[in-house]
Design a protein around this ligand. Structure first.
Ligand code: FES
Length: 123
């Protein structure tokens, strides 16, 4: 289910140095709507950052991490949903294995401004 607050965007996410600290193949969750639950996560793959809604397409709106920031497999090659093991390509969000094969995560566009602030815009 799309988050109405993110959909309205732009919405402040963090400072760019927080994204710079995300290692290759790992992710970090954020709570830009201040709901007490991370609704967005950012993953670094092949040196690039990608932002996705923390909502699995298998069960609409299901959060994906089994603990804070645990969105990728051990090798860091795929995003994994902890509920039923669906695996997603980090760059495209497409499910390549699991119960929602062929479906995709919802992308969120990030805007990194000259002052170092990072803002979200819904796709
Ligand atoms: S809720 Fe994500 S794989 Fe089932």
């Amino acid at each position: 289910m799309p988050d109405a607050t993110i959909a309205a965007g732009p919405l402040w996410l963090c400072q760019a140095d927080e994204l710079a600290a995300i290692p290759e193949g790992r992710a970090r969750g954020f709570d830009p709507c201040q709901t007490g639950q991370d609704s967005v996560f950012v993953v670094r793959h092949a040196g690039r950052l990608h932002a996705w809604r923390n909502a699995c397409p298998h069960i609409d709106g299901a959060p994906m991490a089994w603990r804070k920031d645990a969105y990728t497999n051990a090798a860091g090659t795929h995003i994994v949903c902890s509920a039923h093991g669906a695996q997603f390509e980090p760059a495209t969000g497409r499910c390549v294995q699991g119960p929602c094969l062929g479906q995709a995560l919802s992308a969120i566009e990030m805007d990194i401004r000259s002052d170092g602030s990072v803002w979200l815009r819904a796709h």
